[in-house]
Design a binder for this molecule. Structure first.
Ligand code: TNX
Length: 609
């Protein structure tokens, strides 16, 4: 529960602007200031954490802030305290005018104490170069914090669009800042196979690139690169869960090894978004051997106790026509073709269990046939579908498309990024409203996951045309789609439902934009909100706009052009115009960043007789 000790009125708990909102904040007077004499003391085992913090602080402040092992007198001190709160990922942060103490129950807690501390500093702290003339002050505070849910994940689809290793690291940085702890890497799909295999080299030789040598699209990660990425993520308390899709979304493997499919045809990798009907043939021994081999190799590479096998959207036409699949169905006494998927899921889950891994997959892994080995299902249709796991040995993660598919745009405002369209847009408020009501210890809902699919901009034909953002397809769109909504999901996963407050979150999230700017994270600036339009006569139409958040400025035009940061400021008391005027209003972001324009058309004046 949020507990706020009202010791003074100088700052309210939410004024500290921390996202996700901590479990307990006690305000204190005064501030701590980083200066050229600041040092960081650490226990021996936390040296890397001290250096991580020192690097960030030294870069932005320009001071040389040394790390001193065992020096308890340092002005900033980091320590582990396994007796503290006895909760995984818990931390305490105490800021007094003299010193800053960060205490973690575990390494994760230490990382999160650092991340919260950074959020309390001026936004320039995230800058990659020295920023002068800043008072590096941190308001005094006592924070004790821990997550409500152990599973706070993001999924990144690197299969439909090859995101570079640097981009994936940037994505992990974004996650860590907002205390996400699991990254589901969607490594394989119809459009590409992105993980090097030792046993099956053609998976990446043929399955990682579409098109001809000259203009080929794609890429993959070597096993060495992946090890490096896993370590990079682990240090930031992000566990990478690999996803190898089966039995559908596997064309890239079939292109490399045609004998894996029911028909054995040589097919090609698509250059456009495409969902193949070809499945992994469940009736052939060589296909089963292949998938077990690949999963074993993958399980060995990734230390996560989970392995994701996809499982979504299989259409069974091929299995229905396949003699081998039908023979298996008879042999195993299965009623329907979908039961073959359950049979496969259960065989894989049992085998993975022997290797110490729990299988995760989209909800189809428990709805298509019988699976008795405990698995974790990603509920992607409706939040209430988590009921699927009630009275079963399985667990559920909420990732409903309605709230967490950040590949849907935030609005239908003209000019919006046209990403996935099979559902209505997901506003920031909608993402924030994802219900998770069951917080009991034994709940079968372990947490939430936000998803960033990349299929809708596989070739960029739509995104290319976008105005006024005007970029071609690139990973930068992931940032734009992810923020600010990732902050909303972060709070859904971390903070108790009772402490979540949309109006308060909206203000806090806007206060993070400068932080994102300095951290090099792209985001969508929210448009102003139309609060009223009253017509009192042809010369008297009054338009009222609310800023997207209190600390944002609204600019407008009446000549049809897009507002810029040089346009007039929209009057807070409202604007009176003549009928027929078209008002365009945008939120002013930082730099040259403006929100999409909100267009407010007024009625055409009536023709005089
Ligand atoms: C559905 S949700 C999919 C993905 C697409 C996504 C696009 C799910 C398990 N499958 O293959 O990328 O929609 O929004």
């Amino acid at each position: 529960m949020l507990s706020v000790a009202a010791t003074c009125d100088y700052m309210a708990a939410s004024d500290y602007n921390i996202i996700p909102l901590p479990a307990s904040i006690e305000e204190r007077d005064g501030y701590f200031e980083i200066d050229p004499k600041t040092t960081i003391g650490v226990a021996e085992s936390l040296k890397d954490y001290g250096e991580f913090l020192s690097e960030i602080l030294s870069t932005s402040t320009g001071y040389d802030i040394p790390v001193k092992v065992g020096d308890k007198k340092s002005s900033i001190y980091l320590e582990l305290d396994p007796a503290f709160l006895k909760k995984a990922e818990a931390y305490a942060l105490s800021v007094t005018p003299q010193r800053v103490m960060m205490k973690g129950y575990d390494d994760a807690g230490v990382m999160y104490a650092i991340q919260t501390f950074l959020q309390l500093l001026p936004p320039q702290v995230y800058s990659e170069k020295r920023v002068r003339n800043i008072d590096w002050k941190v308001p005094c505070v006592e924070i004790e914090d821990y997550p409500q849910r152990p599973w706070r994940a993001m999924m990144l689809d690197v299969a439909r669009y090859y995101h570079s290793l640097d981009y994936v690291k940037h994505f992990i940085d974004m996650m860590s800042k907002y205390k996400f702890n699991k990254l589901q890497l969607h490594l394989t799909d119809d459009s590409g196979w992105r993980l090097e295999s030792e046993k099956y080299p053609l998976l990446t030789e043929k399955g990682a690139y579409a098109g001809t040598q000259q203009d080929r699209l794609g890429g993959y990660y070597t096993r060495e690169e992946m090890k490096d990425l896993i370590d990079y993520a682990a240090f930031r308390n992000v566990e990478i869960i690999p996803e190898i899709e089966l039995p559908a979304h596997i064309l890239s493997a079939i292109v490399a090894y045609p004998e894996l499919s029911c028909r054995g045809e040589q097919l090609e990798l698509p250059r456009q978004h495409f969902i193949s009907q070809d499945l992994l043939c469940v009736g052939k021994d060589n296909s089963l051997k292949f998938i077990f081999d690949v999963l074993e190799e993958t399980a060995e590479l990734f230390p996560s106790p989970y392995i994701n096998i996809g499982g979504d959207e299989a259409v069974y036409t091929r299995w229905e026509e396949c003699v081998d699949c039908q023979a298996l169905k008879q042999r195993e006494n299965l009623k329907e073709t979908k039961d073959l998927q359950g049979w496969l899921t259960d065989s894989v889950a049992r085998h993975m269990k022997r290797l110490g891994k729990t299988v995760v997959g989209w909800e189809e892994i428990i709805t298509r046939g019988d699976v008795s080995t405990p698995v974790t299902a990603l509920i992607w249709h409706e939040p209430s579908d988590s009921a699927f796991v009630a009275n079963t040995p399985h667990k559920a993660i909420l990732t409903p498309a309605t709230h967490t598919y950040l590949d849907f745009p935030e609005s239908s405002t003209p000019g919006e990024v046209k990403a996935a369209t099979w559902m209505p847009p997901i506003s920031l408020e909608k993402a924030y409203s994802l219900p998770i009501n069951d917080y009991s210890e034994g709940s079968s809902v372990e947490g939430i996951q936000g998803c960033l699919w990349s299929d809708q901009f596989i070739i960029g034909e739509i995104l290319q045309n976008i105005e006024p953002i005007g970029e071609n397809r690139s990973s930068a769109y992931i940032d734009y789609l992810a923020f600010p909504r990732m902050m909303a999901l972060s709070e859904v996963g971390w903070t108790s439902s009772a402490a979540r407050d949309w109006n308060d979150f909206r203000e806090r999230s806007a206060s993070h934009y400068p932080k994102l700017d300095y951290a090099g994270i792209g985001y969508r600036v929210p448009e102003p909100i139309l609060a009223g339009k009253e017509t009192a006569g042809a010369d008297n139409v009054k338009i009222l706009l609310k800023p997207a958040a209190e600390n944002t400025v609204v600019r407008y035009t009446t000549d049809g052009s897009y507002p810029t940061r040089h346009s007039s400021i929209f009057p807070p008391e409202g604007l009176t115009v003549k009928e027929g005027t078209v008002v365009k209003a945008s939120t002013e972001g930082t730099g040259s960043r403006m929100s999409l324009p909100l267009t407010i058309a007024t009625a055409e004046p009536e023709e005089k007789e």
